[in-house]
Each structure stands twice: as C-alpha cells, then as structure tokens.
Design a protein around this ligand. Sequence first.
Ligand code: EPU
Length: 335
Amino acid sequence: MYSSDLDLTPFNTFGLPARAHRLWRVESVADARAYVAQRQDDVPPLVLGGGSNLLFRSGEIATVLKVEIRGRKKLAETAEAVIVEVGAGENWHDFVQWTLAQGWPGLENLALIPGSVGAAPIQNIGAYGMEMAERFESLDALDLESGETREFDAAACRFGYRASIFRSTPGRWLVTALRFRLPKPWQPRLGYGELARELAAQGVVMPNALQVAEAVSTIRRRKLPDPAVLGNAGSFFKNPLVDTASCAALLARHPALPHYPQADGQVKLASGWLIEACGWKGKRLGAAGCHEHQALVLVNHGGASGVDILRLAEAIRADVRARFGVELEIEPVVV
Ligand code: EPU
C-alpha cells in the first residue's frame, strides 16, 4: 500500500512538521520486497516505526517505509528460557505487557518505552538497569538494496550503548521480526537505585515482574513527558563516556557529579545533571524547551521545527562544553 505527499507530523512523537513524498505501508516481508523491486533511486528510504526517536531537520523526505508487520508467538520453551517471536510493527510496551501476562518475565525493566518493537534493536533501548541486548536472541532483516533477507544474531547486530550496526547504516536494513530469550528461572533486576527506592517506598520487598514493570512505569510517568501531551523523543543526548583521569578531575571540582564506572574502564556521566548544572532545566528557546523534570529531554512546546530543537541543543552543548569540557552527543536519529 502506498500514498504520496503525506504530512508526517502525526508520525513522530516530537510533533515536528515534515512531508513524505512517498510513504509505503509495510505489513509483510512481501510488501518490503515489492518496494525494493520497483525502487529506481538510490536515496536511502526512512524506515519508520513509532517515530519516537526521530528528529526531522529536513521538512522533505523522499521515501518513508512505515513498518506495520504484526504478530507475536512463543517459538520454544526449555528449562532455561522461553523464546518468543514478534513482528517489528508491534508496539513495544504492548509486547512487554503481553509477555508478562503470559507469565514470561524478563522485559519488565523496559516497560513503557515508547515506539515499536522493530526500533528497539536499532538503538539497543535501555532503561532502569537493563538493555534490550541482554534479552535478545536474533532478528530477521531485509536488505533494502538487494531484497534478500538475513538473520542476525546478537554479535552480528554489534550492540553497544544506544548503538547497533543498523544505527550506523541508516536506510540499508528493514527489521521485520525479532526473537527474545526470556530466562527461567527469573530474578528481579533491581540494581538501578531509583527503581529499588521506588519499590521500597511502595513497601514491596520481593517484587514480581508485574510489580517491577509497574514501578518502572511510575518513575517514567513522573519524570518523562507524555508525547501525546508534550512532543519529545525521550533522552535527547547520550550519557557521555570519559576516561578515569578526566572523571577524577571533574569530581575534584564538582563532587556531586553522578558517575558510573563501566566494564571497559571508562566512566559514564549523567548528561541530565550536566545540563541542569548549566541552568537549562525548564528553560525555553522559542518553542523548543528543556523539560522541567528531566533536563535530558528536549520538548516541543508547540509549533517548533526540527531546526528550532537543534538550535536549543547546540546552545546546551556549547554551555556543557564550556563549563565541563564534555561533548554531548545527540541521541535521536536526525533525518
Ligand atoms: N539528573 C539530574 N538532573 C536532571 C536529570 C538527571 O541531576 O535533570 C541526574 C539524576 O539525579 C541521576 C542521574 O542524573 O543522578 C541520572 O538520571 P536518570 O536516572 O533520570 O537517568 P538518565 O541518565 O538521565 C538514562 C537513559 C534513559 C533511561 C534512564 C533510566 C540515556 C541517554 N538515557 O537517563 O533512557 O530511561 O537512564 O535508566 O541513556 C532514552 O534513551 O530515551 C531514555 C529515556
């Protein structure tokens, strides 16, 4: 199915204006192949899921492939795990809820993340002490240049912090289906301080997976703006990684700086804290704003363009660079 000259404002959670010259609805692998078979240009198409990690810098997009492949089922169950398969066009949170309702815990820390299942591996979504890669089994993707399908295991996806092979080759692959490995027996993952504190505040000592999902949802609703009310794309910057010496120098001047040592020896800093320290939390530049409850989230107060958001982002980056000597990297995909 195909339409031309379509307004993309409702298709991105930032609510930014853009037009698609052509939009293909991809409801099956066959639909995606049909697009490749008729393709005449070599302009990479925009593969669109829930549009929740996207910033339109350009108002004109040549071709959009809107992934709407549905379906979810159990593929296998052993003493160690349940393997589930899900279509890339399913909503991520609905999928998480479905696994929990089936009695298959494992994805509860990733509850309420906006967007589609197919977008999850592109940036290896993560929150509250878990990354998608930890539950990932494999995926199927269609090569938009050759029309061939290929199966990727975790190693082939090259997952990193908000990174994957798909993220670094935009327009090349269309993810069609994913498989997740949900471990048995299950243990709650409560290492993230704020999550443990939320459960303790609720008086929950040995939480089940539904309680973990509920606590995660409560924290998210408290801090993160609902895109239906205030346009946004979640965290607008990645948390920067610095070496131990740079971190020590920063800590000497800013003892309260949140810092998280990583397995590879680097230290992750909290962009939200750096931005707040520069005075940006709750501030606006025209219609683009820095969220009042979470400085890492930039918002569209109504009528902002992608250029307006990027102007605010540049002002924030310049201040963080001047004050802390740290470079912030933009997290959403800029189109
Ligand atoms: N902080 C501030 N001021 C702020 C925001 C945060 O001082 O305005 C401090 C907090 O007090 C805390 C630290 O910064 O000490 C970390 O904050 P938080 O726990 O809110 O997490 P984050 O680093 O800001 C990351 C992810 C989120 C994810 C949360 C929870 C990235 C870029 N962001 O945010 O992911 O939900 O952790 O795990 O890694 C997303 O990617 O879109 C996203 C929302």
